[in-house]
Design a protein around this ligand. Structure first.
Ligand SMILES: Cc1cc2ncn([C@H]3O[C@H](COP(=O)(O)O)[C@@H](O)[C@H]3O)c2cc1C
Ligand SMILES: O=C(O)c1cccnc1
Length: 390
């Protein structure tokens, strides 16, 4: 539907900028041959069939994703993308905006939770400044779109051009810094971004703002009420009061443009516009990373509610990304469960995490690696001279 969509059709709407102007590579489908080969290998391994439970399913799925019947996930990188949010002016976080910059420096110095977990499980860390307030932070990979977004509750968080720039920056990172990674974990930092994640979730699913909004870094009940109102404002101000994903008009933009799209384009924004209005530079970069990695058959592990919002955006831009998205944990923010359900992702574990940074995604890596290791390294019944039939 955007860029190089297989149907190759560009649906321009009068003089409005075409919604099909995002430059990104095409995403392949799952490799059915590799997947079948993996499925056939499983019962030959020295264990009762099914006894490794979901590890068996993960190994088979990863074969289809990577195109390798016996995949490895040795080279793993967590991308920690940071951005600031104008919406913090409305008192939606327990912490000041300065925490974004301080944490970005902390990531670079190895002192954050994600650094410790990434070290513990053998994952590289890539710290990306997608647009935090103030000056650039030396040492971070800079793809700064701007020094923070506008307040999404009072108007569009960013322009369409900035949204495209953020997503394309992520696609480029996937094709360069992440080109050699076997698997990529999504992580983020940005005070106020659980508000943005809630707004994106309400815009792209059936969920109401009150269902999608949570305590974030630990606000009190009074601040939560304010935060719900801010998410409602962000949708209403930006013409996103109804769910964009399920709006028949929005689908029409993708498939067959209807006259109503031409008469009032604000009626049914395409996914790029929907994302631009509620925002998040780091969210856009992560959506682009997901699209770019999927195009390269690199599995992408989704973390908490902000990377979940990025996954929703990527999926709205191109549903072909979906099989390349892997779940990690079930987080504490209510939008997270809504996102995972919308994407059909079944979390591997629930650990009451509510931090982000990529912590939960990194924690899932040993499980994915163990799925691949058992699948690849175990002896077969033939090897040990035993009949594999129960
Ligand atoms: C010290 C600190 C470290 C963090 N690491 C991740 N987050 C998390 O909290 C923020 C989102 O929550 P809210 O929407 O309530 O501001 C994001 O930066 C997120 O990654 C942190 C937050 C803080 C304060
Ligand atoms: O679910 C998350 O990732 C999360 C929750 C609270 C604050 N920051 C991130």
């Amino acid at each position: 539907m955007v860029g190089h969509h297989p149907d190759g059709v560009t649906h321009a709407v009068d003089d409005e900028p075409s919604p099909h102007d995002l430059d990104r590579p095409e995403i392949p489908s799952i490799d059915g041959t590799a997947e079948r080969a993996a499925l056939e290998r499983q019962p030959t391994l020295t264990k009762p069939p099914g006894s490794l439970g979901r590890l068996e399913d993960l190994a088979v799925a990863l074969a289809g994703v990577t195109g390798d019947p016996q995949p490895t996930l040795d080279d793993a990188t967590v991308v920690v993308a940071a951005g600031d949010h104008g919406v913090v002016d409305r008192g939606v976080s327990a912490y000041p905006q300065a925490a974004t910059r301080a944490m970005l420096e902390n990531f670079l110095n190895g002192g954050a939770a994600v650094n410790a977990i990434a070290d513990a499980v053998g994952v590289e860390t890539l710290v990306v400044d997608a647009g935090i307030a103030g000056d650039p932070v030396p040492g971070a990979l800079s793809v700064r779109i701007d020094a923070g977004t506008n307040d999404a509750s009072r108007g569009p968080a960013m322009s369409r051009a900035d949204a495209i720039e953020a997503i394309e920056a992520g696609v480029r990172i996937a094709g360069s810094e992440l080109a050699d990674a076997d698997v990529v974990a999504l992580g983020e930092m940005g005070i106020g971004n659980t508000t943005i994640a809630a707004a994106i979730t309400a815009a792209l699913t059936d969920a109401a703002p009150a269902e999608a909004t949570g305590y974030g870094t630990g606000i009190d009940d009074e601040a939560l009420e304010r935060k719900v109102a801010v998410v409602e404002d962000a949708l209403a101000t930006n013409g996103l009061a109804a769910s964009t994903a399920n709006d028949p008009g929005a689908t029409a933009v993708e498939d067959s443009p209807s006259p109503s799209d031409a008469s009032d384009p604000t009626d049914a924004p395409d996914p790029i516009d929907a994302f631009a209005r509620v925002g998040g530079f780091e969210v856009g970069v992560l959506a682009g990373v997901a699209l770019g990695c999927a195009a390269d058959r690199t599995p992408v592990v989704v973390d908490g509610v902000i990377s979940g919002a990025a996954a929703l955006v990527a999926n709205a831009l191109d549903p072909a990304v979906r099989p390349f998205l892997l779940p990690s944990h079930a987080g504490a923010e209510p939008a997270h469960a809504i996102q995972l359900a919308a994407l059909g992702l079944d979390p591997l574990f629930a650990y009451d995490l509510r931090l982000g940074e990529g912590t939960g995604a990194c924690l899932a890596l040993p499980i994915y690696r163990s799925a691949c290791a058992t699948h690849r390294e175990m002896a077969t019944f033939d090897d040990i001279g035993l009949d594999g039939d129960p």
